[in-house]
Design a protein around this ligand. Structure first.
Ligand code: NAP
Length: 331
């Protein structure tokens, strides 16, 4: 089987450009003992991948230039030399950015495509959903009746988080770029949504939408959003620092937030986290998600690009808000 893949031409800072990506092709070997061959059907593109493109090691190393990049993928087994895996099985792996792969079966996890659409395992039922769940349950410890501000509310983590927070009995104010995205946030349960691109004063708009202030802020954006949140949070407010996408393409560290002193005066708690350090919550997550889905409280939505050649375009779209729900690539 032949497989096309995407690799980087160089490590870079600043805005993501199409010329930083190239398409290659490889002949996949037949699986050896303990291996499977998989044809990927859905790929995930995620903001954290941007960090792996800078060439710097953070909590995860950089992508290797010229080698197929890694990322979430779901696909079907086409050949198996591994016990417990048969032709046709749906599996999830980190062998994304490519049409197929041959490798150890232990790199794959079986998924139940009768229970949920397979691409949902890259979104709400996968690491995206777990990220929102960990942020709300463990980092913020959101309580019934509290008010949460969810930034990037129409995105993958944000839209999962809005629905989970509502299912947990909280009031939710979302922010997102554009009226359509705000409508979507309200459609999935947000009590109010603020179009951060349209309002002259984000802090004032969120405060008004929240009816005074919020107990918790879910940070996906950074920059002006974080600065506004420090003002909107009530005393003893909590921030789950999940991501700061507005900063990922910066060429130099940005100053601010100018009002960081609010952390002291209001006794705010800010805690960052990386989902992979919280896999112990997976069982609780699946239990709660199943219950919420069963009760019709949680739905998933994707923005879909088609074909491996469009994976870079899908990825770049994350930085200009081209997605509502999870950005995925269908092969
Ligand atoms: N800590 C972890 O383990 C972990 C795991 C997964 C994700 N994350 C983080 O969670 C956040 C959301 O990730 P996701 O996968 O769900 O992506 P996403 O929200 O589906 O997509 C990114 C969204 O960010 C918004 N955005 C992009 N540039 C922006 C800017 N300059 N200012 C304001 N908003 C901007 C856009 O929405 P608008 O159109 O509304 O601007 C865009 O749709 C990211 O920061 C990501 O790094 C963290």
């Amino acid at each position: 089987m032949k497989s096309r893949h995407i690799s980087l031409t160089k490590h870079f800072t600043g805005p993501v450009k199409p010329e930083y990506f190239q398409t290659g092709e490889a002949d996949l070997p037949a699986p050896k003992d303990g291996e499977i061959q998989v044809r990927n059907e859905w790929l995930s593109v995620d903001p954290y991948m941007r960090g792996r493109m800078t060439g710097i090691t953070t909590y995860i190393g950089p992508f290797e230039i010229g080698a197929p990049m890694e990322g979430g993928a779901v696909g079907r087994v086409v050949k198996s030399s591994a016990e417990g895996f048969s032709e046709g099985d749906w599996v999830m792996s980190m062998n994304g950015w490519r049409e197929g792969w041959t490798g150890p079966a232990k790199a794959a996890q079986k998924i139940d495509a009768d229970l949920l659409p397979p691409q949902a395992y890259l979104g709400i039922a996968g690491l995206t959903g777990l990220t929102a769940y960990v942020g709300l349950k463990r980092i913020i410890d959101l309580k019934e009746g509290e008010t949460l501000w969810m930034s990037a509310g129409a995105g993958a983590v944000g839209s999962a988080g809005i629905q989970f927070a509502k299912a947990m009995g909280a009031k939710v104010v979302a922010s997102a770029g554009g009226q359509d995205k705000c409508d979507f946030c309200e459609e999935i349960g947000a009590d109010a949504a603020v179009d951060y691109k349209a309002v002259p004063d984000l802090k004032k708009a969120v405060k008004e939408a929240a009816g005074g202030g919020v107990e918790a802020y879910f940070e996906n954006v950074g920059g002006d959003h974080l600065e506004a949140a420090l003002d909107v949070l009530k005393p003893f407010g909590r921030i789950a620092a999940c991501g700061m996408i507005a900063r990922y393409n910066d060429e130099a560290p940005a100053p601010g937030p100018r009002n960081i002193i609010q952390v002291v005066g209001k006794s705010l708690k800010i805690e960052g986290y990386i989902v992979s350090n919280h896999f112990d919550m997976q069982r609780d997550f699946i239990r709660d998600l199943s219950a919420w889905m069963g009760a019709g409280k949680v739905k998933s939505r994707e923005t879909v690009h088609e074909g491996i050649e469009n994976a870079p375009k899908a990825f770049m779209g994350l930085f200009s808000g081209q997605n509502t729900g999870k950005m995925v690539v269908k092969l």
